[in-house]
Design a binder for this molecule. Sequence first.
Ligand SMILES: [Zn+2]
Length: 262
Amino acid sequence: MYNIRSVCPTVAAMFGIAPFTDAPVMEEVLSMLPEQPAENRRTDRVLMYNPDAVAWWIFEKYRELLTPALEMDPLVLRMGSVMPSVTPVCFASMYSGLMPQNHGILSYTKPVLTVTTLFDAMIGRGLKPAICSTGTDSISMIFRNRDMDYFIFDTPDEVNDKVEELIRADRHDLIVAYNGNYDSTMHRCGPEGAESLEALASNAASWRRLCGAAEEAWRGKNWASAFATDHGCHRLPDGRGSHGEDIPEDMNVVHMWRCGRR
Ligand SMILES: [Zn+2]
């Protein structure tokens, strides 16, 4: 089983950027895209859809809820998260390729990362990343201060509308979209609460919608998209939800990948 930090070298490799940490590249993801030796890269565009807290056990139990996303027949991977399994720690690992002791975020704090991230490596190669996220959520905070575009909104719906606009405008090589709605409802109503399952279904539908936009706007290009969550979740005795522990419910998550070819 791969760790979520393998996302970083895998997307880097798609753009022809050599790994800059020891996290292994996910060859089965990379091989979905054709080699372009002359260009030293496999992809033109990548869309990272980052829903929060979609545990592997939830995915397995409520697979039919994610049918809108699964209809696209993505590559499904069970991934390991990092400890403590909280949002800033996990997304720092996902986009730096580093374990928490090496990227420096070791608890629920949101300092700006100073280690090399996927975004820095891309900017160094003249590529253009963009982040679309909400409020003061982790992804909005820890990757700041880079020479790149940030689009920060109040709601996931506004984020997804902007991401669709960006896909169609085709000005960025990498677009990161953060949707924290499942995490919010899961904490309040439990991982399997009705409102939480609605949020989960809406995450799947949002990814499908954005991939549909990519399919149209990026026709004639090679592209990849991931549904890549940060950590899982578990039910507390009082019925609410939580995460952060070193237990399978929190540490095993679902990632899905699909791609389009020239
Ligand atoms: Zn999270």
